[in-house]
Design a protein around this ligand. Structure first.
Ligand code: EPU
Length: 409
């Protein structure tokens, strides 16, 4: 693969920022929103709550003049990320009734920490009939610890941060998620008139304000899309320039790629990726930011399947995020699962085969493996891919990949 690719806005930053527009009755304008089925879905959720939304050429204008605080199962079950409307609804209306999202293929996806945080602000939280209802006459700032079994929670931190912007007094979240998407959300909330400091560190302080106003914001580039293209270029021995990518959000990935024999150089606002000779095995453990992201684990496994030697990949965030292993095996990869670790015996030649995508990042991993494999690979169920990658097939084609989208009969 050779050439230039422009990175889209971050899905996981855009979704909570879109939800945050519910906190004000004034119009908000959000730029660089990726056109994905997940963001389109969030548009539907906002509209179902009463907001008027316009989404054109990556710019989203939302006005949530009058909204209701109820989101039903049909809406929430399609996207676990929709739980991030809970905080804004509670903050603005003092009442949120949302269907419990349930688990998904990558793990149980509990929301106990979200609820712990909202309860700490003074909300009465009840679960009944598959719905969670949070109500409060008044929200009060509080000091809380939001760390869980696997560390911090990204959307839990976002939910509490959003509700706390309109609470009375000071809220301190300890063990807050440090992900760049949390910082992007805090920047948007501050532009709306909130008073948040410490975002990006494990301690976030929110001083409540009476009202938030409309604001404009540009979403950060998608670090997971960047990582996916870096890995795809490394796997195909290519040289690719990524435009509008932020290296400071990807230290752990760049470090591991360099160990594996893939170099990433910065050139102004761009990044250039190229192979440095033969691929080498590396060991990886997924961790909350600034550790190696779970959302890049599957793609990295495809790369390491090509590196002669043994790599050990340990998944510490989601308990069952190894569904891609058996599909990679269909292409000839030799990978064994031992508890939370996958042992990759890399270096065997991959050969194309029909495979099935199980979730968003697993689909990206299968596309990467398919590009590196000899012969044709057919990746089925690519609706998973369309949830989180903007025009991935077109972007890869422009870089010289032989990839086409086939409509299902
Ligand atoms: N957890 C709890 N209790 C909670 C919440 C989370 O125990 O109340 C656990 C989870 O089970 C998991 C860990 O904490 O073991 C981390 O989960 P987190 O809450 O951080 O995940 P999330 O906020 O639901 C976001 C991204 C995911 C990404 C994770 C981890 C969005 C919309 N989703 O989910 O993105 O994997 O953070 O970084 O922002 C993806 O884009 O493919 C994706 C799955």
């Amino acid at each position: 693969m050779h050439g230039e690719v422009t990175i889209s806005g971050s899905k996981n930053a855009a979704l909570p920022i879109m939800a945050a527009t519910l906190l004000t009755d004034e119009p908000c304008v959000i730029r660089r929103v990726p056109d994905l089925s997940d963001t389109r879905f969030m548009v539907q959720i906002l509209e179902s709550l009463g907001a008027s939304v316009k989404f054109e050429d990556g710019t989203l204008t939302v006005r949530a003049k009058k909204i209701r605080g109820y989101a039903d199962y049909e809406l929430v079950r399609k996207m676990r990320g929709s739980i991030c409307i809970a905080g804004p609804l509670l903050g603005r209306l003092r009442k949120a009734r949302i269907s419990l999202p349930g688990g998904c293929i990558i793990g149980a996806r509990p929301i106990n920490l979200h609820l712990k945080g909202l309860a700490a602000l003074g909300a009465k939280v009840e679960i009944e009939g598959g719905y969670v209802t949070a109500t409060a006459k008044k929200l009060n700032g509080a000091v809380m610890f939001l760390g869980g079994r696997s560390g911090s929670t990204v959307l839990g931190t976002a939910n509490v941060m959003m509700a706390a912007t309109l609470a009375e007094g000071v809220t301190i979240i300890e063990s807050a998620a440090c992900e760049p998407e949390v910082v992007d959300l805090a920047n948007f909330l501050n532009a709306m008139g909130a008073n948040i400091s410490g975002a990006g560190s494990p301690t976030i302080t929110i001083t409540g304000v009476e009202k938030l106003h409309g604001a404009e914001h540009e979403v950060i580039p998608d670090r997971i899309e960047v990582a996916t293209f870096l890995i795809a270029a490394g796997a195909t021995n290519g040289e690719v320039t990524l435009c509008g990518a932020r290296a400071d959000h990807l230290r752990a990935v760049i470090d591991k790629l360099s160990e594996a024999g893939v170099s990433v150089e910065r050139s102004g606002a761009n990044m250039i990726v190229r192979r440095k000779g033969k691929l080498k095995p590396v060991d990886i453990t997924t961790l909350p930011y600034s550790g190696f992201p779970t959302d890049v684990q599957a793609q990295m496994m495809s790369l390491l399947a090509l590196a002669p030697g043994i790599s050990i990949i340990t998944e510490r965030i989601f308990e069952s995020r190894f569904m891609h292993v058996s599909e990679l095996a269909r292409l000839g990869a030799e990978i064994e699962i031992e508890g939370p670790s996958a042992i990759v015996k890399g270096g065997r030649p991959l050969s194309g085969a029909p495979v099935m995508a199980s979730d968003l990042r697993a689909s990206a991993a299968l596309v990467i493996a398919g590009l590196a494999a000899k012969g044709a690979t057919q990746v089925n169920r690519i609706y998973h891919l369309d949830r989180g990658y903007e025009k991935m097939d077109a972007k890869l084609r422009k870089l010289g990949a032989r990839i086409q989208r086939i409509e299902e009969k």
